[in-house]
Design a protein around this ligand. Structure first.
Ligand code: GLC
Length: 805
């Protein structure tokens, strides 16, 4: 045998080459080039999928995408140098020589184009697409990624990783969401790279020529999305990858966690303290110590002799229980999960057919292969016992997969629904598929009740099954602000329901830091305090009276905002628009919002602007974008765009309400299980125009999917001096029989006329009750001056209600 001295196969870039042949397909066009194959498929007029491979077949299995191509009108035309695939919104131009893909809008404006000379690149198993950097281009999204809101100049890797105590620059973290939005020249587009292998994104890091994405295996398979706004692109992306179902109402409440509360009397104690101190809360979370030797589906019988009774007792006090679910199954004879897993062949394997073992909390473990249907069903059915015991919340952790040593061998075999794959393909979807199994199992066994499901690791589409929290953060101001950006970025990437460990998981927060963190956390979609084993107590009362008061105030405010927040969750459920909205959603082309001083600001729902500020600052600079804004605490009106200095003592997180908008609120309750007073507090802010879709349902079942809900538009129109509550749709009755309207910033009105659905005058000359107070109507002491807010109470009817003032 002759062994060559020098290999001729050193891996170098190879492009797609020239077009050899193409044909029009049912949904688009496919073609063969000198070096590969491609296929472009129209999903909707706004979404075109591009698949590129060196083989004449393409990977089709996706755990992320839930829709198929819709019949849409399109045209394929051949020009001298290119093939053009056109819908009524989008054009894809495919150059014939050195095949390149360019996307233009229907006006012919360039949205995104392969970089001439680089374009598509094959290098061994890895494949990449290089895109020309457009003038002034910004990049947002990519899920749970550290760094700036505008990702330009940064590069990232997607490889789900147990990133204990990560830093503000660490990458990768726990989740892979290969979706980003590009912005330039008042144009917006999105790219979703649906490939679960390790991937790399470069947004002009170390170069001034391109943005690119690279996969370490599988096909280049990306969806190009064009919309008129960032919001529309998110909505199209979540059309592809699905949206969250309505969470249980209690999932919007405060959850108290630590590593770990045990034995049971400590859990009782925590719950009782909330009630005694009148600090609202909805859940106690049990971390790994509830289990017998960390064995999933078991309870430590000394610490928790009667879990069922404890869960019931807690429920009677308005608390739900969330339990930790780790995937590692302890290798132990006679342990049912282990025995069943072996018998039914449910675990990940080495290529030689032996089970993979790795060490995690219980010691040596096998790991369920969640890409196998039997394993998913088995795991799901294991939720039956928890459900029977009354558990309603599930916390999927360590699902990157985390093992001691953090080096899952690359050659482990995953089933991939019979298709097969290795760790290289499976790692990034392990968390997603675990969440799917937990969620669907819990849902089945909870008998039409909505489970609360939480995860650390994820892939695109996770929003269908679980909320995401940002893992093992650290007790620093930097982390507090980073958490906000991570949650906002998850929101830009389809995950509307996300949060962080309030107070920081690793380390101990100062008194001031905890106070600030819990007030910001009250404006996070998922709201939970958590801390590491052997660290100081970190419940809202553990930092002295002042912080206890601050915590109570902000948790109270969160609970008062539930009618608003629940409606915002409904909007996320129907459109994918997140609950925490980076300002890049509504003010995408305003350069100031990307300024490092302002990039953490966000809208909580459409109407409340939150300006997170470090714990040591008593005063801060805030940027208010276009529009008018009321300081929530002082009622002062600011005209944006403007930069202002705002007082920010620990007691007063800078919050602003959009002029012209409404905030539906309720009385303080100690948990969402307690009924509020039957009075909806509707705060109306003067100036401008707004529409808000108000939503209620039973908060617990899936009946809303068959119309059992309460939906009405609230339209505030200052120019016409009207406030209209449209006729109610849906069959669910509102909790509120009366509506108290608070008029903020209205100076000239002294009477209000009320019209009924037939536009007949119902009441003339309704008079205001001016309320002058040191406290704003929501209980937080006002800064400096007293405020006056006039109020009016009307009956809540399902018919249209119109007020003229
Ligand atoms: C992981 C989780 C953390 C949890 C701990 C023990 O580090 O991220 O939240 O408390 O495991 O279960």
């Amino acid at each position: 045998m002759e062994i060559k001295k020098r290999s001729l196969k050193h891996i170098r870039h190879q492009d797609l080459g020239n077009l050899l042949a193409y044909e029009t397909t049912t949904n688009g066009v496919c073609g063969r080039t000198t070096q590969g194959y491609f296929q472009a498929t129209v999903y909707t007029p706004n979404i075109i999928r591009v698949q590129i491979s060196q083989n004449d077949f393409f990977d089709e299995l996706s755990y992320a995408v839930v829709c198929t191509p819709e019949p849409a009108e399109f045209e394929v035309t051949e020009n001298k140098g290119s093939i053009l695939l056109q819908t009524n919104c989008l054009q894809l131009e495919i150059a014939k020589e050195s095949v390149l893909f360019s996307f233009l809008n229907n006006k012919g404006q360039m949205l995104n184009e392969d970089c001439p000379g680089l374009g598509v690149s094959f290098m061994g198993d890895s494949k990449a697409v290089y895109k020309t950097m457009q003038k002034g281009e910004r990049f947002i999204g990519l899920g749970e990624k550290t760094g700036n809101l505008d990702r330009k100049g940064s590069g990232y890797t997607n490889w789900n990783t147990d990133s204990f105590a990560y830093s503000a620059e660490s990458d990768p973290l726990y989740c892979t969401i290969p979706f980003y939005i590009g912005l330039h020249n008042q144009l917006a587009y999105g790219i979703f790279l649906d490939n679960t292998y390790q991937s790399h994104f470069n947004f002009g890091a170390s170069n001034d020529r391109f943005s690119s994405f690279t996969v370490q295996g599988g096909d280049l398979n990306y969806y190009f999305i064009h919309g008129s706004s960032v919001a529309e692109i998110i909505s199209f992306y979540t059309h592809l990858t699905g949206r969250m179902q309505m969470p249980p109402l209690w999932g919007l409440g405060y959850q108290q966690c630590r590593y770990s509360y045990y034995p049971d009397h400590e859990v009782y104690q925590v719950a009782q303290t909330f009630r005694k101190k009148q600090i609202p809360a909805d859940a106690v979370v049990l971390d790994i110590h509830y289990m017998d030797n960390y064995k999933i589906f078991s309870w430590d019988s000394d610490r928790f002799p009667d879990p069922e009774k404890m869960i019931k007792d807690l429920k009677d006090q308005g608390f739900n229980v969330v339990v930790m679910c780790d995937p590692g199954i302890k290798i132990e004879k006679n342990y049912h999960a282990y025995e069943e897993g072996v018998k039914q062949d449910l675990f990940l394997k080495y290529p030689d057919g032996t089970y993979y073992s790795g060490q995690v909390w219980p010691g040596w473990c096998h790991f369920p292969d969640f890409t196998k249907p039997n394993t998913r069903n088995w795991w799901g059915d294991k939720m039956e016992e928890y459900a029977r015991q009354g558990v309603k919340g599930y916390w999927n952790d360590m699902n990157e997969i985390a093992t001691w040593g953090q080096k899952l061998p690359e050659l482990i075999e995953f089933d991939f629904d019979g298709e097969g794959g290795s760790t290289k393909r499976g790692r990034n979807v392990y968390g997603l598929m675990m969440c799917k199994s937990t969620f669907e199992g819990a849902k089945k066994h909870l008998d039409d009740e909505r489970p609360f499901n939480l995860t650390r690791a994820a892939y695109s589409g996770v929003q269908r099954y679980a909320a995401v929290w940002t893992g093992d953060n650290v007790s620093t101001d930097e982390h507090m602000l980073l958490g906000v950006r991570l949650v906002n970025s998850l929101g830009l990437s389809g995950v509307a329901y996300a949060g962080y460990d309030i107070g920081g998981f690793v380390g101990e927060p100062s008194i001031a830091l905890f106070a600030r963190w819990i007030s910001i956390g009250a404006f996070s979609p998922f709201f939970r305090g958590h801390s590491m084993v052997n660290s100081r107590d970190s419940e809202p009362w553990s930092f002295g009276e002042e912080v206890e008061d601050i915590s109570r105030n902000y948790i109270n405010l969160r609970y008062q905002l539930i009618p608003y927040l629940y409606s915002v969750f409904y909007q996320a459920h129907t459109s994918g628009i997140p609950v925490s909205r980076s300002l890049a959603i509504d003010y995408s082309f305003d350069d100031q919002i990307y300024n490092s001083s302002y990039q953490n600001q966000y809208l909580f729902g459409p109407n409340i602007l939150v300006a997170p500020v470090e714990s040591h600052k008593e005063i801060t600079k805030v940027y208010l974008p276009e529009g008018h804004w009321y300081n929530f605490h002082t009622e002062e009106l600011h005209r944006g765009p403007t930069e202002i200095y705002v007082d920010a003592p620990l007691t007063h997180l800078p919050l602003f309400v959009k002029a012209g908008s409404v905030l539906p609120m309720q009385s303080i309750v100690q948990s969402t299980q307690q009924s509020p007073e039957p009075l909806l507090h509707l705060h109306v802010y003067a100036e401008g125009y707004s529409e808000f879709l108000y939503y209620e349902d039973d908060g617990n079942s899936y009946q809303y999917q068959s119309g059992s809900s309460y939906r009405r538009n609230i339209i505030s129109n200052h120019q016409e001096s009207t406030l209209v509550l449209s006729e109610v749709e849906g069959s669910w009755p509102s909790k509120f029989s009366e509506i108290k309207i608070y008029f903020h910033g209205f100076t000239k009105i002294d009477s209000v006329k009320l019209y009924d659905a037939e536009h007949q005058l119902k009441e003339e000359e309704m008079t205001f009750l001016p309320a002058i107070s040191n406290f704003d109507p929501r209980g937080i002491e006002v800064l400096e001056k007293k405020i006056t807010v006039s109020t009016l109470t009307i009956e809540n009817s399902d018919q249209e209600i119109e007020l003229l003032f």
